[in-house]
Design a protein around this ligand. Structure first.
Ligand code: FES
Length: 314
């Protein structure tokens, strides 16, 4: 992890069903690095266990805050946060990184959060409010018990519209977004994949909407039918074969080459690796169009190689 930050768990509490909040304080009085709304940090939870979490405190606060949904079918990171991390523990994180930056300009802003997707949205709401922007928030949850930070958002009055599925089923997304002015707004959304897919369809049908999303999970595109085998070469010349049904990350790990990773679904950016030669087949949701075009970086957890060989700076 480049740019490590040591933090101490200063407080922990349950903020919704299966959602645990941790307050992270600086160690030895060293102030925490600055960040902007939408940023996340990678938290090292064990020797091979690193996970990315959005910062959901106020960016100018002396402490950081993260909130983690316990995923029963996950790969262990959220369970560790819920069951093993205690107040007083020290953790190591990355410096904050932002792939979901809020831009407050002249256009109205509509924020959309689904479930634990509220975490990056909270500081965005605070920033939009502080900047005097025209903004609204649609806060979606499966049930009242699962809805996090309801009290905090209540301070914004009718700028926040809430919906829980247990109140008559899923939200009518199109009608609700139209009513909030989404058709002519910058729409920032974080939540489960079906919600983001529905928002992409909404934005495609409303040319005045500009959609920016943060994903929890990728689209399972790491390995597709018809993918070919290729070779990854690392900086010392070692060649590692990648089978057609294998990810680059798996091939590297199998060869004993450690690459820091977190989501392993192309959404967090933790595994970003410099490409020295060869053409990446990008399948992540992190890089911008310009970054993809440059071919200088790739996410080996999902992205592949267009040709027979790619050289990575590892
Ligand atoms: S591990 Fe998250 S993008 Fe690769």
């Amino acid at each position: 992890m480049t740019g490590e930050v040591r933090v101490r768990v200063a407080a922990a509490r349950q903020v919704a069903e299966r959602v645990r909040e941790l307050v992270l304080a600086p160690v030895n009085g060293t102030p925490l690095p600055g960040w902007t709304p939408g940023a996340h940090v990678d938290v090292r939870l064990g020797p091979d266990l690193t996970r990315s979490y959005s910062l959901c405190s106020a960016p100018d606060a002396a402490t950081w805050r993260i909130a983690v949904l316990e995923e029963t079918d996950g790969r262990g990171g959220s369970r560790h946060v819920h069951r093993s991390v205690a107040v007083g523990d020290e953790l190591v994180t990355s410096v904050p990184r932002n792939d979901f930056e809020l831009v407050v300009g002249e256009r109205p802003i509509v924020l959309v959060s689904g479930g634990i997707g509220v975490t990056p949205i909270l500081p965005m709401a605070a920033a939009a409010q502080a900047a005097g922007a025209e903004w609204r928030l649609l806060h979606l949850a499966r049930s009242e018990a699962a809805a996090a930070y309801v009290d905090e958002l209540a301070a914004y009055g009718d700028r926040v519209v809430r919906h829980v599925d247990t109140d008559g089923g899923p939200v009518d997304l199109v009608a609700t977004l139209d009513a909030l002015g989404g058709a002519e707004a910058d729409v920032y959304a974080c939540g489960p994949a079906p919600l983001l897919t529905a928002l992409e369809e909404y934005a495609a049908a409303r040319p005045g909407a500009r959609l920016v999303v943060e994903r929890f999970a990728g689209d399972g595109a790491a390995v597709r039918p018809g993918d070919h085998a290729f070779v990854v070469e690392i900086a010392d010349g070692t060649e590692i074969p990648v089978a057609a049904d294998q990810t680059v990350l798996d091939a590297l790990t199998g060869a004993g080459i450690r690459v820091l990773s977190s989501c392993q679904e192309g959404v967090c950016g933790t595994c970003e690796t410099v490409v020295l030669e060869g053409e990446p087949d990008h399948r992540d949701h992190v890089l911008s169009d310009e970054e993809r075009e440059s071919g200088e970086m790739m996410m080996p957890c999902v992205s592949r190689c267009r040709g027979a060989r790619i050289v990575l700076d590892l």
